[in-house]
Design a protein around this ligand. Structure first.
Ligand code: P6P
Length: 336
């Protein structure tokens, strides 16, 4: 049972038994994310004061310029997870391939793999707009005691055992699920403790906020164009409000609290959209569904998609159930 203002540590201990087959590793994993998020938060909050913003002059596999904080956050999460002896492998937006973690006895005994976007929305860093970390956790499917393989990472989202995000905004929050609802914890930076501030987070069944980069309107599929015009029509409870931060975690976090839909569709410029299935869409879809919302690629459930590669992109429609269903209706009825 979630009690408001409970600390994250108390919450994990009280809910440990809700996780049947974990002998505490998953709790230790969430604890390691808690620590890494505090360290990254400290750097994000002072980014404007020290030379840690701006690009490092390299690009990641996405061809995106790596911001120093991207690289810093990636290193901190990998280091913390490795030191805690919990995961046997890590995949990250910032690494071309997955990382094998042998364990202190080099015997590959750890049961979980973690996939992450260590600092999503990093292009917002230099303009002081909120950014986030996104993570997704699976049990490995290959035999314990052997090196992790790509098969352990290419699991459909419906096999996730945990997922969550950290939003480094006006306050820093850790929001996660282990399949028993979604709970949000706010960091008190003065004492470095997270408190349960948003117990049992829920998407409202419908909402009046739509989040999409309308600058790409001319390149969208007809169904998306039709849905945008539907949102803007002077009918019933419309026009809706357009809100787009350009930071996935922040847009979805706001929509979960206020009701709304986030869409990053395919376009004539990007045939599968921009967002990555494994470490952005699947974890946010797990959160959305656990909060009573919905997540699809416009046609099929995100978490049923069988991944083919680590950095695979998919179109993404996520948020209040009835809004996603209305958008899917336009996608289905639009001419190809
Ligand atoms: P665009 C950030 O790079 C990101 O992956 C998401 O956080 C965000 O919603 C989206 O891309 C913004 O992309 O093309 O609208 O600038």
């Amino acid at each position: 049972m979630a009690r408001k203002n409970q600390t994250l540590g108390e919450f994990i201990i009280e809910n440990q038994e809700a996780f049947p087959y974990s002998s505490g590793e998953l709790s230790r994993l969430i604890n390691s994310i808690r620590l890494a998020a505090k360290v990254v938060n400290h750097e994000v909050n002072k980014a404007g004061l020290v030379d840690i913003t701006g690009a490092v002059g390299e690009t990641n596999i996405q061809g995106e310029e790596q911001q120093k904080l991207d690289v810093y956050a990636n290193e901190k999460f990998i280091q913390t997870l490795t030191n805690r002896e919990i995961v046997c492998g890590i995949a990250s937006e910032e690494n071309d391939d997955f990382i094998t973690i042998q364990g202190q006895n080099k015997d590959h005994q750890n049961k979980y793999v973690l996939l992450m976007d260590p600092l999503d929305g990093s292009s917002n860093i230099d303009v002081n707009v909120s950014v986030g970390t996104i993570f997704s956790v699976y049990r490995r499917v290959t035999p314990i005691g052997t090196p992790v393989t790509k098969e352990d990472f290419l699991q459909p989202g419906n096999k996730q055992v945990a997922a969550g995000y950290v939003v480094y905004g006006t306050s820093t929050m850790l929001v996660y699920t282990t399949g028993h609802g979604v709970n949000g914890f706010t960091l008190n930076p003065a004492i470095g403790t997270y408190y349960l501030s948003h117990p049992n987070m829920q998407f409202s069944e419908t909402g009046r906020i739509y989040s999409i980069n309308e600058g790409n309107y001319n390149h969208f599929p007809q169904g998306v164009k039709d849905y945008i015009k539907y949102c803007q029509a002077e009918e019933e409870d419309r026009p809706y409000t357009s809100r787009y931060i350009g930071s996935l975690v922040s847009d979805i976090h706001r929509n979960m609290i206020k009701g709304g839909i986030y869409i990053y569709p395919k376009s004539s410029k990007s045939s599968n959209g921009k967002l990555r299935l494994l470490y952005e869409c699947n974890p946010m879809a797990f959160i959305a569904e656990q909060a009573g919302g919905k997540a699809s690629d416009g046609f099929q459930r995100i978490m049923d998609i069988k991944p083919k590669e680590l950095h695979q992109r998919v179109p993404f429609f996520c948020g209040s159930k009835k809004m996603v269903e209305k958008a899917e209706e336009f996608m289905k009825n639009a001419p190809e």
